[in-house]
Design a protein around this ligand. Sequence first.
Ligand SMILES: Nc1ncnc2c1ncn2[C@@H]1O[C@H](COP(=O)(O)OP(=O)(O)OP(=O)(O)O)[C@@H](O)[C@H]1O
Ligand code: NI
Length: 394
Amino acid sequence: MSEPILRISDLSTRFFTKSGQVNAVESLSVSIDEGEIFGIVGESGSGKSVLARSIIGLIESPGQITGGKIEYRNAPLADEFRDAHPDAVNGDYVDLRSLPEEAVRSLRGPSFSMIFQDPESSFNPTLTVGEQIAEAVEVQRRASSNPRSTKARTSSSEYSLGSYAYGAVMPNRSFVSSKSKDRAIELLQQVGIPDPEERVDEYPHEYSGGMLQRAMIAQALAGEPDILIADEPTTALDVTIQAQVLNLLREIQDETGMTVLLITHNLGVIARMCDRVGVMYAGEVVERGTLSDIFDTPVHPYTKGLLGSIPDLDTTGGRLQPIDGNVPSLMDEEMGDRCYFADRCPKAMEQCLEEPDDASVDGGTDHEVKCVLAQTEYDESQALGDSHFGGGDT
Ligand SMILES: Nc1ncnc2c1ncn2[C@@H]1O[C@H](COP(=O)(O)OP(=O)(O)OP(=O)(O)O)[C@@H](O)[C@H]1O
Ligand code: NI
């Protein structure tokens, strides 16, 4: 098996708000293999979107990544920065946090792209859908025509850096060649937009929600990304369209072999799509493993709780809330060093008042759990009462 394409270690992202510090992502570590679909699942507010945005450098004030590494395996990129930024480079890996901001920005499109939950917000209403997809194609072509590019794999001698290579990665309105427009039509066709030759010249408001979601996938694919981050890509869609869009993602992933990080609160989506899964709770990955580790032999009581309430694909509106109580607010002063799930956990014991370590289940495998139950049997005489959690009302 090859080395992971993305290696996230001890990542912490915080928001310094007026009402206090929010620990949205807390010392999170996860590795993603090349060509897999890795799912992140968790309830609303568990930090999934903040994780996604942290990876591609889209955390804005008052948010800040305060610790950890986001290492991306890309040998040409590592070579490019080895001398100027030795701290950022480790073998074939580059730590995105240690790269200059513009370098990270230039990876958006060709290396990483993202599909958001709500497509309206990711299209500019004043440009046609086709223009915006074609722009993403142009970005990819500029990147591949750059000899130092991370993407020398697309042959592109006919595209020179030309006059529009002034570093703006997503220009608002740029010269779009007819080649790029043709490619945009092809992409629209690939994602199942009917009459793509006409649709390419329409504005976002002329598309239905489902079509715009597909168009956003087309736009994300235009850059031929190594890693696609899809944050709740189908949540806003109705059931049939949801299934179609998921199938489409799967097909495209099969064809291109790209790596996908799929974020969802829906375990049904995970089961249908993913190779491996990370279960997220209160900013941490509390259990990770293959689909079968998670579905057949879950260890963490939170994972078990989620599995007890697998929503159908058609319960799109409802949020997952399998277990009494809520995800903690993630305010720093309320977090402390303990298992964050303990106050909702049916098997909480005295020792859960200390922070659990990541422990591997059955040794050796990839199945890891942040819970004392990975190594200890539940002991009722150690059970925690509500009194430990300030009255325990939920
Ligand atoms: N810009 C921000 N300012 C302050 N707090 C934020 C900001 N963005 C996110 N948070 C907080 O970070 C935590 C994690 O939010 P996040 O959006 O990552 O959750 P999520 O798992 O994606 O939830 P959902 O399923 O609802 O999308 C939440 O407590 C949220 O309030
Ligand atoms: Ni989210």
